[in-house]
Design a protein around this ligand. Sequence first.
Ligand code: SF4
Ligand code: SF4
Length: 324
Amino acid sequence: MKLKSQPPKEATVTYREAPCSGNEINGLGEKEFRRAKYIYHSNGKSGPLPFDKMQHVFRYSVPAKMLPRIVRGAWATFRPHGTISDHRFEVSDAKKMTQQIKAKALDLGAGVVGICEVKDEYLVEGAVNKYRYAIALGLPMDREKMLTVPGHTAAMEVQRVYTQGSYLTVDLTRYIRSLGWPTKALPINSSSEYLHIPIAIAAGIGELGKHGSLICKEYGSNFRLTTVLTDLPLVPDKPVDIGVEDICATCQACTRACPPDAIFSEKQWVRGTKKWYVDFDKCVPYFSSTYGCGICLEVCPWSEPGRGPKLSEKLLNLREKKSG
Ligand code: SF4
Ligand code: SF4
């Protein structure tokens, strides 16, 4: 798969002198566990962040035609809570309720759905969790539009999916509240104190790829995540193994395609876990100057429509043969 030519890294806006190292804030090289800190996407609670100026570059460079979508999506962010019905539906069969919630989420527009129990490590430092379960929701993006990354067309498509995701979370929480259970939407237009990627991994949506984003069998990396929290009794899913580790060990598609060379070829220690990691200080100036970049997501072989299930089967069979 070939993308159109991309702006060279020299053509992008960057700091004369960076305020600090984003990699340091993220805990690159740290072998002890600690929770993540807010770093880039600010919200009402995060206060001023070290990379706010870079985020302003991103915000103010978006095309004017995107504004109505941003406003619609932002409107959803003001509706994460609501009135809970007085008539609680007592759940005698959590498995059946899980099926019901997943079917509702798919009906409301989700492409993939998974459930996990919330752990403190899925929240940024200092944030307090009040819910037992997280419902991770993945929404596919239009592949043809995303093949134009980086640019206005792809950025518009990302914003369309963000807005759709925000409405999806609000509608799903409304449904859960109608059953008499507490819930909260985490619309994706703003930074949240909950980390969508670790939640989605625990909920069995997919695996982390070398490009630092999630890969799922259905859409590769050509999708966006959002989350709903709840105390409604549900049955959690388990993390999946679709073979991402096997291919990322040798594939270089994203590392070669990334203009600022931000993707590490080896796993790194980050806050106590050895994992794939993207160099924040190299990626973010390019990302902010190119309407959200996204090149690494689209060159990934898993993102080719229909390829994921076959690729996963092939990789897992190969692994079995090697071990047997
Ligand atoms: S979004 Fe991906 S391809 Fe673009 S600069 Fe960041 S890591 Fe590189
Ligand atoms: S492009 Fe290749 S190395 Fe990068 S995340 Fe996708 S499969 Fe892994």
